[in-house]
Design a protein. Structure first.
Length: 218
């Protein structure tokens, strides 16, 4: 299970939920993968109660679905869902990127460059799980720089649905490095505080991913 034990100083139910949701968002689970309360509890080193609460909460949000008695899966992505999520992402993530260009600091740009180096190294090693983790961190560091927490939360809710299917971008994206060029263009735009350039880079990144995922879904 791609989960790590959680800190017990806060509500276990809340921490279990946050940990499981984060794993789904960054593509640690594949679409169609089955989850059990026992496996999640063991991975997080908690009892079954907070694990069950976390799973039920994510079912309510559509991040997980019941597929039968005691069977919970990460829902596969349909073309209709992909089209809807992509259309909304293009609006919300472009907005966050545009606003971030005005707020960006040299320190944040350095962090983005470090994350991109991690992505490159992971792609070179064929470690797509590490690449997806760093990719999620890269995007959300930009979006959080907009200083609009409700906007970031809305974007995260979309990634909960799309995250597991990002696994399907590889190994093609590792070979073409399309995402890498989009990220470097976003960094260049942030360095020059060119909001339109940053926005265009993020929009292209989303559209490139959409074309690959649409082919897989169809």
């Amino acid at each position: 299970m791609p989960l790590v034990p959680i800190d017990r100083q806060t509500s276990l139910g809340e921490l279990a939920y946050a940990s499981l949701k984060e794993a789904i968002v960054r593509g640690e689970f594949s679409a169609g993968q089955k989850l059990t309360v026992r496996a999640v509890a063991q991975a997080l080193e908690v009892s079954t109660t907070p694990a069950r609460d976390a799973i039920m909460r994510l079912i309510g949000e559509g991040a997980l679905v019941n597929a039968g008695p005691k069977t919970v899966i990460v829902p596969p992505l349909t073309k209709a869902a992909l089209d809807e999520v992509t259309a909304i992402r293009l609006v919300l993530e472009a907005l966050a990127a545009k606003i971030a260009a005005a707020n960006i600091s040299p320190e944040t740009i350095d962090k983005l460059k470090t994350l991109q180096s991690q992505i490159n190294s992971a792609l070179d090693a064929g470690n797509y799980s590490a690449a997806l983790k760093a990719n999620k961190a890269f995007h959300f560091l930009i979006y959080q720089t907009a200083n609009m927490p409700r906007l970031t939360a809305m974007i995260e809710s979309l990634w909960v649905r799309i995250g597991p299917s990002l696994n399907d971008l590889y190994p093609e994206f590792a070979t073409s490095r399309v995402g890498v060029s989009n990220h470097m263009e976003a960094i260049a735009g942030l360095e020059s505080r060119d909001a339109a350039r940053v926005q265009a880079a993020i929009e292209k990144d989303i559209r490139d991913g959409y074309r690959r995922l649409a082919t897989r879904v169809e």
